[in-house]
Design a protein around this ligand. Structure first.
Ligand code: NAP
Ligand code: PAF
Length: 319
């Protein structure tokens, strides 16, 4: 077990007076995290988007990894009257984080930790600006989650979750990882969370745009026609990481990418699914972030640059 990663055998050991988790956004990952936190006995509330104000919320229909389905009662609220927030998990897509949090700017009590769990990078810096008095924590998770219907969620893959501080105020909040571990089975605290975010970004830069543009399952990237392009993507990401003070070998990045390709061979990537369903993709926070950093360092990244452009910018917006 990597250092800092907690294993949990203490399910349901929490007292209801322990601090409330407020989850901003209850989509696939938010629904699964809310369910697992509730099952572990930790008081949990979901803050929903406006479109759910008029809809029924009889509870969350949650199916575990083992296939057990349970109807869970989970408190719900909306951002205009969020109730007391003691710790906030932001569970939206990358491009929704800032607009979802903006109504809380200036209202969230100083010291309430904000945990960001989206894919992609470059958002946390904006959150720190918006909430200069709050600990901001970045998270990387490899759990798999699906929204199968109206408040119907399925946990599709057990993964690792890592949290780490974005600002100095967050350094004292490592206990949040222990508490998440009670629900998720494992979670760890890593002061070098930026390195984990870059490693995840490399995986997303390699897998997501290609699978979305060519309409492929992840496993199809193991075919010989993608060997060169995947290698070039990793070389470019490694160059930018080096310039950002995150030295890594491109071979190491490629090995990580191919491991994920193999482990998720039968899955469609999140970007593929967003494209198919006409939703906005996370390309700006993934390849867009890389391109921004490359430009700042004067590094050319032609292969990554070509990805959003291959389809005339199709990954940049919905529809
Ligand atoms: P999702 O199903 O689209 O969920 C996003 C949720 O955020 C939706 O329920 C959406 O509301 C809600 N939301 C958007 N704006 C909001 C606002 N202003 N106020 C309140 N709620 C708002 O996406 P997801 O799959 O859960 O992914 C979330 C993030 O986790 C992404 O960055 C993704 O890449 C990452 N991630 C996902 C998985 C996975 O397996 N799903 C795994 C690892 C990482 P609506 O209900 O109105 O749509
Ligand atoms: O975005 C995704 O789909 C996932 O992060 C990953 C790891 C690429 C697997 O599909």
């Amino acid at each position: 077990m990597p250092s800092g990663l907690r294993d949990n055998n203490l399910k349901n050991s929490r007292h209801p007076s322990s601090p409330h988790w407020s989850l901003l956004g209850c989509g696939a990952l938010g629904g699964v995290f809310a369910s697992l936190l509730t099952q572990s006995g930790q008081p949990t509330r979901v803050l929903l988007s406006e479109r759910h104000r008029a809809t029924l919320h009889p509870g969350i229909d949650f199916t575990s990894l083992e296939g057990h389905t349970q109807l869970l009662a989970i408190e719900r609220g909306f951002i205009d009257k969020p109730g007391p927030i003691q710790r906030l998990l932001v569970m939206t897509k990358a491009g929704q984080v800032v607009s979802a949090l903006t109504p809380l700017a200036g209202k969230l009590a100083a010291g309430v930790p904000i945990v960001l769990l989206h894919n992609g990078m470059g958002i946390a810096e904006q959150v720190v600006q918006l909430f200069p008095h709050n600990p901001v924590i970045a998270g990387v998770t490899s759990h798999g989650a699906m929204r199968c219907g109206h408040f119907v969620f399925r946990h599709t893959g057990k993964g690792e979750t890592w949290l780490g501080p974005v600002n100095e105020a967050a350094i004292a909040y490592s206990h949040l990882a222990d508490e998440l571990a009670l629900a998720l089975g494992q979670a760890g605290w890593d002061e070098q969370i930026l390195t984990r975010q870059w490693q995840k970004l490399a995986i997303n830069c390699a897998i997501n745009p290609l699978t979305a543009l060519y309409k492929l399952k992840n496993g199809e990237l193991a075919g010989p026609r993608f060997a060169d392009v995947l290698q070039q993507i990793c070389v470019e990401v490694a160059d930018v990481m080096q310039a950002e003070g995150q030295p890594t070998g491109s071979d190491e990045l490629l090995r990580r990418v191919m491991t994920v390709v193999e482990l998720t061979a039968d899955n469609y990537s999140s970007m593929y699914q967003d494209m198919e369903q006409g939703r906005e993709t996370e390309i700006e926070a993934i390849t867009g972030f890389l391109l921004g950093k490359a430009a700042a360092h004067g590094i050319t990244v032609p292969v990554n640059q070509a990805e959003p452009g291959i389809a005339g910018g199709r990954l940049r917006s919905a529809g």
